[in-house]
Design a protein around this ligand. Structure first.
Ligand code: NAP
Length: 276
């Protein structure tokens, strides 16, 4: 299958990472569009693309336009794009949001473009390092038939794993992704603050707790969560849990959160024992 030429609107975290990875995979990045002229110009120059300061006009320059903009901007951008569209022939557009379905691109679908969702189930930071997370990513796809095939190939060319997002409850699915990628970081920040309050110095609390989390993630490479989890709640060390709760009593909210997580952890490991 011939590779479509690509336009990316939004040279932010996800747009830059995917743009760089697609460029490396041999795709022509025809245009970069966006809001901040410097960001648009810099990514366009790096990827050999045309810089479009008016994002809505980007769509006429490529076969497939990727809207890599904040979720709340997708509908209004899609509407503006229709206004400035010269021809819809053979053109497609996707957004990258896990929380929104294809309805967000309805204005483009009504203008006869093929539309779809191409959601990287991944976390991208700012900067060029983010491209390192692309390979191995699971890509959720929900699109018109012909576009779907193209997006499956695109995911494969990125060394990713395509999967079907059609019929998946987006709010629940996206909440699941937030649990996997965002809240562990919130919990790590709490762990670093607690470590510091306990008397660790700054050089140890952050790197030490981060190395601990990295070890836990590493264990998950070939173990299910119920197998990989360690600690007092999974061992049934009630005395240790009581001492932790006592130590956390100055922060009742965090104490409640600890208790909730301990209960969920006991549930997780007791389910494993029941299944064994
Ligand atoms: N980052 C992730 O880990 C991740 C993972 C999976 C999916 N996604 C999805 O990817 C999409 C982008 O997220 P992100 O994290 O990459 O966001 P981001 O880093 O904030 O980047 C958003 C980009 O959109 C541009 N933009 C904002 N408002 C715009 C407008 N009105 N018109 C044109 N361009 C506009 C921004 O321009 P400026 O240069 O002016 O800021 C920026 O380049 C979202 O749908 C998100 O759900 C993100």
């Amino acid at each position: 299958m011939q590779k479509p030429t690509i336009a990316i609107i939004g040279p932010g975290r996800a747009g830059s990472a995917l743009g760089r990875a697609l460029h490396t995979a041999g795709y022509t990045i025809a245009a970069i569009g966006g809001r901040n002229p410097d960001n648009v110009r810099n990514l366009a120059a790096e990827l050999g693309a045309k810089a479009c300061q008016n994002p809505a006009t980007t769509i006429d320059l490529a076969d497939l336009t990727i809207l890599a903009v904040p979720d709340d901007v997708i509908v209004s951008l899609a509407t503006d794009m229709v206004e400035s569209l010269c021809s819809a022939a053979e053109k497609s557009a996707v957004h990258l949001s896990g929380a929104q379905d294809r309805a967000a691109l309805r204005p483009l679908a009504q203008a006869s473009l093929r539309t779809g969702v191409f959601h990287p189930l991944q976390t991208f930071r700012r900067g060029p390092e983010a491209v390192g997370n692309v390979a191995g990513t699971y890509f959720g796809i929900d699109a018109d038939a012909l576009l779907r095939d193209q997006l499956m190939q695109l995911a494969g060319d990125l060394h990713g794993h395509p999967f079907d997002l059609a019929g998946v409850d987006r709010a629940l699915y996206h909440a699941a992704a937030v649990f996997a990628a965002n809240y562990p970081i919130t919990l790590l920040a709490e762990a670093i603050a607690l470590g510091t309050a306990a008397g660790l110095d700054g050089k140890t609390a952050g790197p030490g707790m981060t190395a601990l989390l990295a070890g836990a993630v590493n264990n998950l490479r070939d173990l299910a969560p119920a197998e990989a989890i360690t600690g007092p709640a999974s061992r049934g060390d009630e005395g240790t849990i009581e001492r932790h709760l006592e130590a956390l009593k100055k922060d009742p909210e965090l104490q409640r959160l600890y208790q909730l997580l301990a209960d969920r952890t006991k549930h997780l490991t007791s389910n494993k024992e029941a299944a064994a």
